[in-house]
Design a protein around this ligand. Structure first.
Ligand SMILES: [Zn+2]
Length: 404
């Protein structure tokens, strides 16, 4: 089952009764967290067993389903907390600061035509939440193949989870293999006998990262005498950086996926899991890996939603190997990969060919093959470019299709 959370803002403010509910819910979650920590339990059932009676007493009028879901939220927070304690990241007792509540799909009603949520507060008391509905929201509301999941209510917005059965990925007619770099995705697109270079450029992401990094450094220096202010300012910087980068990553992912969907391509990516960033002074100069990981996450997740096949392969040696003769280079080379056998190509695109060949050798590319003789060096297809925010058709003399 795939789930996508969609944010809706309120058309008019949150009714007072709902505000009380949010506040009660928050308290109930925090109480449950305490009770769970004291009794050393984390499973929801165990939590309900030790806490439900007391809670019923403390919140006598709360809708029972909301109360149970408060335990569920607490349970999720406790799990995270335990993981962080195990890693030694934190010792602090977690609590929910923001007014919030979450409830399951049996406990609320959504009028999908009118965009109104009916939320029960307690017996005989329901509130109606009017939502702002845009075209984007319509896509989800009108698609009846999507069922409703949980509802999260915050003081200014709600998040509705839409669910659907994961569609079966199609059998690909073509394949895009992409090497992920700090400023771009570079790769090859293979369809029939033709192989063309493709590129999605996102230089801004590295620039934003660098700028925020510098700004954080400056803040730390300036507020060295006041750690608390420094920390909170840095955190705010971090959140802003995150939002700005996130937005761009989604655009890049959408362009790539649109291209793949139109041509019924499979997408080959490197598996970044093993990639460890070094914890040292070097971090000051190198950009962090997270935007690249995040980009992969977005691509994989959206591809799943649309039924586009994605293949992840081990990138080991992909940037050092010649895809034609298999020779491996020892020293790091420049922008161009050159081999003793005569093969030469842009370093990143070369790496993507190696990723593709790994996928092919494992039978993961749906029977498609790469033929180096058909590689069109002069045809570059742009999947994404920030200036236009859109992709273009191949440039130059792309009409010539190489046939072996
Ligand atoms: Zn070679």
């Amino acid at each position: 089952m795939l789930v996508r959370g969609v944010v809706f803002y309120f058309d008019s403010g949150l009714p007072t009764e709902a505000k009380f509910l949010l506040e009660d819910f928050r308290l109930a979650v925090n109480n449950a967290i305490r009770a769970g920590l004291q009794a050393r339990v984390t499973s929801r059932n165990a939590l309900v067993k030790i806490g439900y009676k007391d809670f019923r007493g403390q919140h006598p009028r709360m809708y029972a389903k909301h109360l149970v879901s408060a335990f569920e939220v607490a349970c999720g927070i406790l799990k995270n907390h335990r993981r962080r304690v195990r890693k030694g990241v934190t010792g602090r007792i977690p609590f929910v600061k923001r007014m919030m509540m979450r409830t399951e799909n049996q406990a609320y009603k959504l009028d999908r035509k009118a965009g109104i949520i009916d939320l029960p507060i307690r017996a005989g008391c329901h509130v109606k939440l009017r939502l702002v509905v845009s075209n984007y929201h319509r896509k989800y509301l009108d698609d009846m193949s999507l069922s409703l999941g949980s509802l999260t209510v915050l003081s200014d917005r709600v998040i509705v989870a839409f669910r659907k059965e994961a569609p079966k990925p199609y059998v690909p007619d073509s394949v895009i293999s992409l090497d992920t770099n700090e400023r771009s995705l570079d790769g090859v697109f293979i369809e029939g006998y033709a192989a063309k270079a493709v590129k999605a450029d996102f230089p801004e992401i590295a620039i934003i990262q660098q700028r925020h990094h510098d700004r954080r450094k400056r803040l730390q220096r300036k507020k060295a005498y006041d750690r608390r202010t420094s920390q909170s300012l840095c955190r705010r910087e971090g959140a802003r950086e995150h939002n700005r980068i996130d937005y761009r990553l989604h655009e890049v992912a959408n362009s790539v996926l649109k291209f793949a969907e139109e041509r019924r391509s499979a997408i080959v990516l490197e598996d970044l899991k093993g990639f460890k960033s070094k914890r040292s002074k070097e971090l000051n100069r190198r950009l962090s890996i997270w935007p690249r990981r995040k980009l992969h996450q977005i691509i994989e997740y959206k591809a799943q939603w649309k039924g586009i096949p994605v293949v992840k392969v081990d990138p080991r040696n992909s940037s050092r190997t010649c895809p034609i003769c298999g020779r491996m280079q020892h020293s790091r080379m420049g922008a161009e990969f050159k081999c003793a056998c005569g093969w030469h190509l842009d370093r990143h695109i070369n790496a993507s060919i190696n990723l593709l060949q790994t996928a092919i050798s494992k039978g993961m590319a749906g029977g498609l093959r790469f033929d180096p003789g058909a590689f069109q060096h002069d045809a570059m297809m742009t999947l994404y470019a920030p200036s236009r925010g859109a992709r273009s058709e191949p440039n130059g003399t792309s009409g010539v299709v190489g046939v072996t």
